[in-house]
Design a binder for this molecule. Sequence first.
Ligand SMILES: NC(=O)c1ccc[n+]([C@@H]2O[C@H](COP(=O)([O-])OP(=O)(O)OC[C@H]3O[C@@H](n4cnc5c(N)ncnc54)[C@H](O)[C@@H]3O)[C@@H](O)[C@H]2O)c1
Length: 336
Amino acid sequence: MILLTGATGYIGSHTWLELLQAGQRVIGIDNFINSSPKVLARLEKLSGKKLEFLQGDVCDPVFLESVFQSFPIKGVVHFASLKAVGESYSNPLLYYENNISGLIALLQVMQKHSCHHFVFSSSACVYGDPDVSPVKEDADLKPENPYGQTKLMSEQILRDLEKSDSKWRVAYLRYFNPIGAHESGMIGEDPNGIPNNLSPLVARVAAGRMEELKVYGNDWETPDGTGVRDYIHVVDLARGHVKAVEHLLSGKPSLTVNLGTGVGYSVMDVIRAYEKVIGRPIPYRVTDRRPGDVALYYADPSLARDLLGWCAERNLEQMCADSWRWQSQNPMGYES
Ligand SMILES: NC(=O)c1ccc[n+]([C@@H]2O[C@H](COP(=O)([O-])OP(=O)(O)OC[C@H]3O[C@@H](n4cnc5c(N)ncnc54)[C@H](O)[C@@H]3O)[C@@H](O)[C@H]2O)c1
């Protein structure tokens, strides 16, 4: 059985579905700090299976102990963390507490229960402003913000743990920029409060839920002046986790891989692709750059292909079409 933390969140919910469809038994946990319990009924409908889920906090060792006592957990996929870069500047202690204490509490309980397979949600944030793109996994690690620091520190904690006991097997998955939604339109990204990432923001502007999209700077050193990122469809990303779980459970060694497409798209490319899908213009306004943002980066995803046999299959148009299906079928997210 696989434990998913942060299971009702954006990437967690899509991964849960893919793991069930790949035949894995899954127990999900979440405290709903950034997700809705309503995702559970949607996942049951999509998977045709009764879900196993417990509400609780990964920073709570008593809760974690009860989860490990109740289920035969062979491996953990750890999504639960806070992820808003801006908020991590204004409230760094919250980020260090949640993301680092949660990780340590989880690893301690795993160790006690002799469970040593761990898939970690790392981020391209660990590279900061990379010197070159495509970015390889051996690039310098120099996060630009407290959120990215929590990811690098978490990687360090896990690497030290691996050195202390050879039974540990860790997949460090460095995600680039997940967007899109499940093709059914039944699950998607629905953050509490004001979204922080481009995809839900474009979707909300397209739906008229927000007046205009802010484009943070058009004077970057990129072909059209707007920031360039490696957008990856969330279902492709979820499938990368299935491969990582299978890799670790089959006894293969730890790995550190980028999960991206290898293609960089600018903010304007995303706006244009979205406009094509909805058939009308997206209102936007160029504003100042945001602190901690960088001009351009995209992944070299070849190591994930070589080690996991995984590569992203969906293009930008599919990402935008699926995002729009989710948004238009659920104008107020899960509360619709
Ligand atoms: N979405 C991205 O752009 C992106 C990029 C790189 C890495 N990541 C990482 O991937 C993981 C999943 O991201 P996501 O986009 O699905 O975010 P999300 O906010 O949608 O999901 C995270 C989930 O974790 C839960 N959670 C947070 N703290 C918790 C705690 N203490 N106890 C229990 N549950 C808790 C939240 O309620 C939420 O459901 C995170 O670790 C994030 O840092 C995300």
